[in-house]
Design a protein around this ligand. Structure first.
Ligand SMILES: [Ca+2]
Length: 135
C-alpha cells in the first residue's frame, strides 16, 4: 500500500501541475482506491478489477465541467466517497443532459446496469458536480 500511495501522490502532484486534480491509478484498482472526499470513475465495470485492458481510474475533490478525454464517455463504474456532498454526474459538459445522482457512499459496480432514458449510464458521463450538503 505504501508504494501505491507514493505513486498516487506523485500522480496528484503532476495532475495539479497540469491544472487538473485527477489521478490515474495502478492497474489493480478497486473501489477502495477512491480516496475519502472524492468522486471516482473507472473506465471498466467492477472498478477495473477484472483485468480489462485500457483501464483508467480518476478521482476529483472538486467539480469537473468537462472530464478529461481519458475518462470522458468511458466510465463504467463509479463511487461517491465524499464526506458531505452529493455527486451528480451528467452526460453533457457543464452539467447538462441526463443526471445520475449519487449520494454519499453510493457506488455503482457496473453502470451498464443503471438505466438512463432509452439506454444506460455506461460510457456516457462527461461532467461532475458536487451538491452540498447531500440531501
Ligand atoms: Ca467503459
Amino acid at each position: 500500500m505504501r508504494l501505491r500511495t507514493t505513486i498516487r501522490a506523485a500522480a496528484v502532484a503532476a495532475a495539479i501541475a497540469g491544472g487538473t486534480l485527477a489521478v490515474s491509478a495502478p492497474a489493480q484498482a478497486d473501489k477502495s482506491d477512491c480516496t475519502t472526499g472524492r468522486a471516482c470513475l473507472w473506465s471498466n465495470a467492477y472498478y477495473n478489477g477484472t483485468g480489462q485492458p485500457d483501464n483508467q481510474f480518476w478521482q476529483w475533490p472538486n467539480a469537473e465541467p468537462d472530464l478529461l478525454e481519458n475518462i470522458d464517455d468511458k466510465a463504467s463504474s463509479a463511487r461517491n466517497n465524499g464526506t458531505r456532498c452529493r455527486a451528480d454526474f451528467y452526460t453533457g459538459a457543464n452539467y447538462t443532459g441526463d443526471r445520475l445522482t449519487m449520494h454519499l457512499q453510493d457506488f455503482r459496480d457496473n453502470l451498464a446496469l443503471d438505466p438512463r432514458g432509452s439506454g444506460t449510464w455506461n460510457d456516457v458521463i462527461t461532467s461532475l458536480k458536487w451538491v452540498c450538503p447531500d440531501q
